[in-house]
Ligand binder design. Sequence first.
Ligand code: REL
Length: 870
Amino acid sequence: YTARFRTACCLWLVLLVPFVAQAQTPAKKLTDTYVSAEKGKNGFTLAASGQAAALYASNTDWPGVLRAAQDLQADVNRVTNVTPTLITDKAPAGKEVVLIGTIGKSPLIDGLVKAKKLDVSQVTGKWETFVLQVVEKPLPGVDRALVIAGSDKRGTIYGIYDLSQQIGVSPWYWWADVPTKPQKVLYVAVGQHTQGTPKVKYRGIFINDEAPALQNWSKEKFGGVNSKMYAHMFELILRLKGNYLWPAMWGNMFNVDDPQNPVLADEYGIVMGTSHHEPLTRAHEEWKHAGKGAWNYQTNATTLQEFWRGGMKRMGTRENIVSIGMRGDGDEPMSEDSNIALLEKIVADQRKIIAEETGKPAEQTPQLWALYKEVQDYYDKGMRVPDDVTLLLCDDNWGNIRKLPKIGEKPRAGGYGIYYHFDYVGGPRNYKWLNTNPLPRIWEQMHLAHEYGANQIWIVNVGDLKPMEFPISFFLDYAWNPDKISADQVDDYSREWAAKQFGAKYATGIADILAKYAKYNARRKPELLNADTYSLTNYREWETVVADYNRLLTQAEQINQQLPTEYRDAYYQLVLHPVQACANLNELYYTVALNREAAKNGQANTNELAEKAKGLYAKDAEITNRYHALAGGKWNHMMDQTHIGYTYWQQPEKNAMPAVQTSAQATTVAPATQATPPSKPQTKAAAGAGFQENDGYVSIEAEHYSKAVHGGSVKWQTIPDLGRTLSGVTTLPTTAASQMPAASSPHLQYRVELTGSGPVTVKAYLAPTLNFTGGQGLRYAVSFDDEAPQIVNLHTGLVADNGNRPWEKAVAESILIKESKHTVAKPGTHVLKFWRVDPGVVLEKLVVDLGGVKPSYLGPPESASGASTN
Ligand code: REL
């Protein structure tokens, strides 16, 4: 056993460890399973031998609870083909029964509590909390019960739907045609099951920018954006354990178009709101219809007050969060001369109306004031609203949070919330076609919101709802309990989600596709793509991007072939369509780029490329048609959104073929248009290896540091899959104080081997995080070896505002690239250091440019790393 042998063994171990670790790490389970086909000891029989346990509820309970109980009845049938009886007016009888009810509203449940059969001490008085428990001999003549008891209306409803999910009914069974796996037996494990109390009080979605897709679809299927459609949406939100909705408002008036809309929302248990610029529950469209003059408080205050008063009268006692404040007409800023004093008066007048119409002090009605766009400036200039009003902080419409509460600030009674976007109409460009929202960035931004205490309301703009199914699930699940999903569990979440929709067998493959397509789409939103986006000549960039998409498409098609046929409609909507559509779109623009290049060089294949591009353009329409034909045409119009031919921020009326060139001299002899796809460049670099300069640069993925120096409780954390290339690295906790670089302060070290010396530029590729702390801007620092670190501010000259070029560039390119200049004394090994200064900075990649970096979109691919020098 010589030293050499030992070294060799260690080497082998080092090489083997990553594989072993990968193969043996069991997927962490985020959901506890309590329903199975095994009758454990004292387990409850929900269904067996062609029978299902009867469901009992009290008819004095909330109508919304009784309605959800009917859904459970239907869900048990979906799974077992047996419909349990649902009884609300008789005492329970039978060996095993399900008892459903709300504490304080259900004599059934209250009786069990009184008889000490059920302990609800962890539930009573809490917000939206339920317990699901197997109880022995709950009542005379009943052997065993499964009790679903809620602290309030939604607590019970969530308990019911929790059981539905456990027996295998996806919240998306209707909205994405997810099939239910048939089961003969269903047993509930003994014990107490609960999801606890949600950490975010109001969790919801905003249906926005709904024309043409949802609007046309709803018109065709339901005769309008009416209560027949909304009933499905309310049910979905509750199944996802959300509770809040801003309804469609593009020419739509929720409360007017169909008077059943608000009635049903309240019955279902949905808290309604109106968007940020629609005060006192009035849809903006209502003002247009009223035709009562200018939307101007200086000149038309009395009329506006009466308009708003009407909204409050109509609301009655239904659950609402009332938007207050005022913006200009139709989501525009107010005029220049509107001032804080005026806005404060508007708020005071609105509160007076709220109090008068509800007959209660204003603070007893939940309200929000959205600091959207220019409204945040009023706040920053000192405007305040009463303490009970929730301050709804906003992102920049591009998924980057603009502002968060200050650490240590006096808490507000109304707290803070977040308004976030998965879809947007506005500059620098609309994005409203496909899902372009990767979970890791949603995680990272909403994690910030949670850590900084913006937990009262989370609402996200989801456009037409479809095709945002996956990020909606994540947003609402994460809102329920952000502490449950850590940065490195986001892919576990994706896998479990895939398993819930499609079964465990293909879950890993599907999760990978879901993550990758969103990541690729987020590099550049489809609406912003064109033939010049990626480089044709440098780093084989265009070719690689297209090859990556096409490889993903192959994987997605393979799983499609293997899936049982009944899953294919759901699979197309949720997985295959976005990959196919975007792989095609990228190949279209790539082909156009090749065609233009061919024409420029007088190549013989110019016309062939033009024809190919036309074929890809036609295929785009075919892909849309395939979506529209799914499930017997159920989703016709859902993909009506135009997405090719943008010339400025607003969408084109119709898709338009990008211009291609033809040549009269073209012959049929054409060189291969599609080079063989390049081999995957990203081989994972071993920690400790030195990255080698080649062609005048070194490019390093952030997570490939040779050493991470933590600082006390401040730790470096990789957020897998975040950003445009490999991943992102940040520091946690995000609330830790800023610190100037000093010997032992947190930093990352990267070993680089340089062949030259002299001036170099270090380009840091950063997620386009905004200055959410409101200070001087977020900073990091860079140094080589022992030189003094140079501080770089992400936000010099950058403000989230249309017309601000640095911000427009950062969000359009989905990256913020900052530079620092250094001088390296001699060639050889150097240690590049990336220092933490402020929290919230997310590094994706570092490029050391010795003058060789060529223009490209993603920056040079990662450099090769040499043998470990450790
Ligand atoms: O994304 C936003 O928040 C706004 O652009 C919209 O709320 C806005 O209301 C728009 O749909 C029309 O007014």
